[in-house]
Design a protein around this ligand. Structure first.
Ligand SMILES: C[S@@+](CC[C@H](N)C(=O)[O-])C[C@H]1O[C@@H](n2cnc3c(N)ncnc32)[C@H](O)[C@@H]1O
Length: 217
């Protein structure tokens, strides 16, 4: 079982992880290396939920905030429409370089643009729309991201936000360690806001570290 903080019962988590279809070979290696080297990477059970929607939606355009080493971009690129593309934004130059190398090696025929920028700056300066947006950058800025992304996603498009239950703390009320208090309060406010946003149908899944799915009506 992956040794990360689980928000649901460990036995359930392990059981679900054991049922997941394995990744294809080079993605499997990349995933294992990410875990071994403490590179942030999506949880597999979250990835499989995202995959389900990607199969149904077959997006032409996908925006990711938070590239890290490009694992999710490479995975997502398998599910794009013909000539579809991914824009993925990362503010850590070392990660950007590694992501570009990984994409060149593992998905050379896919249209994945790794953009070196602060996510908010990027969002404020673009004038295009996406079928799917995956929010996975700075957890404390999700509200700002969503405010802008809500206008950048096409009708019937989807905004996913990862880690929204943050180690289960978002549901815990007053028992939050001091260090995490601000972040948890922000995520709490974030979920409150997006679940009340009538332009979207939002659900929160207690999968991985918490995943919200907001479909634009
Ligand atoms: C959880 S990781 C992304 C993991 C990646 N989506 C995957 O599963 O392969 C979050 C990434 O967001 C980046 N990040 C954090 N704050 C950011 C910001 N303000 N703008 C852009 N990227 C940011 C971090 O450097 C980190 O690489």
């Amino acid at each position: 079982m992956e040794k990360r903080f689980n928000i649901v019962n460990n036995d359930v988590e392990k059981y679900i992880q054991d049922t997941l279809a394995p990744l294809r070979d080079n993605l499997q290696v990349m995933y294992r290396n990410a875990l071994k080297n403490c590179v942030p990477v999506v949880r597999l059970e979250v990835l499989r939920v995202l995959e389900t929607y990607l199969i149904l939606k077959k997006p032409y355009s996908l925006l990711e905030l938070g590239t890290a080493t490009g694992f999710t971009s490479i995975f997502f690129s398998e599910y794009l429409k013909d000539n579809g593309y991914i824009d993925t934004v990362e503010n850590d130059l070392e990660m950007v370089k590694r992501a570009r190398e990984n994409i060149k090696e593992m998905a050379p025929d896919k249209n994945i643009n790794v953009i070196y920028a602060e996510a908010c700056d990027y969002l404020k300066n673009i004038n295009k729309k996406y079928d799917i947006i995956f929010i996975d950058a700075a957890k404390g800025h999700y509200e700002e991201y969503f405010d802008i992304c809500s206008n950048l996603v096409n009708d019937n498009g989807i905004i996913f936000s990862d880690n929204v239950l943050y180690r289960g703390m978002v549901a815990k009320g007053d028992k939050i360690p001091h260090r995490q208090k601000t972040l948890v309060e922000r995520l709490h406010r974030y979920l409150d806001k997006i679940t009340k946003d009538e332009r979207f149908c939002t659900s929160i899944l207690s999968v991985g570290d918490g995943l919200s799915i907001s479909v634009k009506k």
